[in-house]
Design a protein around this ligand. Structure first.
Ligand SMILES: *Cc1c(COP(=O)(O)O)cnc(C)c1O
Length: 235
């Protein structure tokens, strides 16, 4: 388990070096530790090393983990595909959702967000590959969705998230991330006040930091190789 602590240190070092390279301030880049498929004890270990923000992709697994860790001051981010019958659980148990890609899901999250909690912090997931099989809103539908979400009372629109096509070609990684940043800049020119770019994972966080990431979502580089999830398979 001490490997989680040293892996976390190594990831923070990668973020710091990438920030330096990009002439950015390291503390502007937040590390989300993606704990999906890993047990609560792994999260506890990461917390002891100073990590407080965790990302999960499978609702039931996450809700069980969140309740068994309720003694710790953790911030939970939902980053996986979201079905409308699971929106209530997500609205009740998470602080952030990175994967909103349609009006119906946004409406349901807002309606189900408990009034005693602060607004749910939202990123819209962009489909940058253009493949119909991938989740995410198409770029030409983004502004309409952002306008809709901005008007919902219990959601706070913060920015954009994307999962690019996996590649080891750093030029291609950066090109895909740049496209997401340009979409964020476009919205901000139209008076949306968005401060969050959720891009970058274990294999491409340097490229993401170079292109302006404010949240990197890192799983395997911290917790190790994942086994396939029982319901949905690896994502
Ligand atoms: C699993 C997952 C990650 C973490 O991926 P790693 O390659 O393990 O760092 C990040 N973002 C999303 C949306 C994921 O589903």
């Amino acid at each position: 388990m001490t490997t989680i602590i040293s892996a976390l240190q190594a990831v923070k070092q990668r973020i710091a070096s990438a920030a330096l390279q990009a002439e950015r301030v390291p503390r502007d880049i937040h590390l989300l530790a993606v704990s999906k498929t890993f047990p609560a004890e792994a999260v506890r270990e990461a917390f002891q090393a100073g990590q407080t923000a965790f990302g999960e992709s499978y609702v039931q697994e996450a809700v069980d983990k969140i309740s068994s860790l309720s003694d710790l001051p953790l911030e939970w981010h939902f980053i996986g595909p979201l079905q409308s019958n699971k929106t209530r659980l997500v609205a009740e148990h998470f602080s952030w959702v990175h994967s909103v890609d349609r009006v119906k899901i946004a409406d349901r999250l807002s309606a189900a967000r408990p009034s005693e909690l602060p607004p749910l912090q939202i990123c819209l997931e962009i489909n940058i590959s253009g493949e119909a099989s991938k989740s995410g809103v198409a770029p030409h539908e983004l502004e309409a969705l952002a306008t809709h979400v901005n008007a919902l009372p219990r959601l706070k629109l913060r920015g954009l998230m994307a999962i690019p096509v996996a590649t080891d070609d750093t030029a291609l990684q950066k090109q895909q991330f740049r496209r997401v940043r340009e979409l964020l800049d476009n919205l901000n020119r139209k008076n949306f006040q968005l401060d969050t770019l959720s891009i970058g994972m274990s294999n491409d966080l340097e490229s993401a930091v170079a292109e302006g990431a404010t949240i990197v979502r890192v799983g395997s580089a911290i917790f190790g190789v994942r086994q396939a999830h029982k319901n949905t398979g690896l994502r």
